[in-house]
Design a binder for this molecule. Sequence first.
Ligand SMILES: *Cc1c(COP(=O)(O)O)cnc(C)c1O
Length: 388
Amino acid sequence: MSEDLFQDQIPLMRPWLGEEEVEAVADVIRSGWIAQGPRVAEFEAAVGQFLGVPHCVATNSATSATHLCLRLHEIGPQDRVVVPSSTCMATVNSIHLCGAEPVFVDIDRDTFNLSVEGTERALKAGATAILTVDQIGLPCDMGSLITLAERYGVPLVEDAATAFAASYKGKRLGSLGPLTIFSFHPRKMITTGEGGMLTTFDETLAEKARTLRSAGASVSDLVRHKAKGTIVQQYFDYGHNYRMTDLQGALGLVQLGKVEAILSERTEQARRYDQALQGMDEVAPPFVPDYATPAYSSYLISLRGKLEGQRDRLLQHMSEQAVSCRSAIQPAHLEPFYQGRYQGLRLENTAWVAANTMFLPIFPGMSPEQQERVITVLQQGVLELASG
Ligand SMILES: *Cc1c(COP(=O)(O)O)cnc(C)c1O
């Protein structure tokens, strides 16, 4: 990536791409097979190995992977699906793609992930499924949610789009049991440009997902190609084109080889921020519960005390000092699309997070000097706003 694009600006994030990725994609082009084929299959197997889950199904986005998960659970217009409002719109879109109704539930005050108590209240009130999110790289309370889903007999899907390589009680997300999805958009832990992945322990569900991914065809293009036209495919269901290309699969394989290094660099940067924030009463680091080892795909700070309500002014200050930060996740239920439908809904913690949190730059390749500058500029801003 060209350096002069950024000059002295410290970006919020930047993917880690190099010559190895260029070569891998060039090899695929030279091979003549660029659509979904052997590289995607290899990428799926490698991700399964890394996460500790037998079946992985690659897709062209996390949104499509989530839609597939909901279809595998036969979610339809009859369903009401619990989902945090504090999430990427893509999460909620997948519920609409099934014709189901989102039931927006508040987040936990500390973790900013789906509230287990709120989820139980929604289930008691008739919700029929749970779509939980591991927001900003932090695993949600999966143990409690799995127990809840079993107790109420409802399907549970885990949107771990931002949290590839994060762990819950020492196990990688994607290997905890429920259908789980990841994103490989450049903003996430590793990237394939665009892309997603569904993981499961259930071979039948994995096969169904492969069918739905590819127009509902009973036989994949690769299998048909190898059989030299002697296999006739059939359609037992309607499907989609949610396929990942081999160009992306090859990119993903290289990126996966770097994931441990990416994770440790991000974790190291988070530690440095954590330490720096210890001296600032008005700024809290992300809360990390005992069960979670986060991926730190983002670093979200919370503004307290005198800084409460001053987030946009602090963002302005950071921007003036050439440090790219970003405002918090905005509640999905307050978007114009939902106006009218959820008018009476009050989600206290969701609203608080939307108003009083912001993202600091964190990405592999950010130098210690750059991070020092972020911290210094932040300290200055906090000092000015707290005394002003
Ligand atoms: C990024 C993101 C998505 C969407 O991922 P795509 O690959 O762009 O479809 C879904 N859910 C969450 C929580 C995300 O952060």
